[in-house]
Design a protein around this ligand. Structure first.
Ligand code: HEC
Length: 119
């Protein structure tokens, strides 16, 4: 019993460290974190969803490029995401309206005053 406890504590600590999923470096609010999880599940097959990423689908712009488009605001992005009629052909789906706020909140965390598109 006296050695079992420290051993299992160590085991748990190691397991916790090695199974942590890659997360954005910035601190996210709960809503932004929900949006990140949603994007990871539903958008990441095509789009780079984190800063400095390249999209698995080369035709899908990285989210960082999308949100740093001049004139884009959380409001315009949200309006776009709520209306699947505007979606490009490859996005033949709708986004659960209840998730649009979350994913928008996450995406706009990628806005950077000094953003430059990759050459
Ligand atoms: C099957 C691949 C695929 C998936 C999954 C996907 N997208 Fe896209 N998305 C694309 C492509 C391809 C484009 C670019 C189309 C173009 O420029 O004609 C795009 C463009 C966009 C744009 C920019 C539209 C514009 O007019 O500039 C936004 C915003 C976007 N996607 C959001 C999302 C979100 C949010 C998700 C997840 C809920 C998602 N996408 C999932 C393929 C995908």
């Amino acid at each position: 019993m006296r050695i079992a406890l420290p051993l299992s504590a160590t085991f748990l600590a190691i397991t916790a460290c090695t199974t942590l999923p890659a997360k954005p470096v910035v601190e996210l609010t709960e809503q932004e974190a929900r949006g990140y999880d949603f994007a990871k599940a539903h958008c990441a097959a095509c789009h780079a969803i984190m800063a400095n990423g390249s999209s698995p689908n080369p035709e899908a712009p990285p989210f960082e490029a999308v949100v740093n488009t001049r004139g884009l605001t959380a409001r315009t992005l949200e309006t776009f995401l709520r209306d699947s009629h505007n979606f490009p052909g490859q996005m033949a789906f709708e986004i659960d309206p209840a998730k649009v706020d979350d994913v928008t909140a996450y995406m706009v965390t990628l806005k950077r005053a000094d953003y430059r598109p990759a050459p």
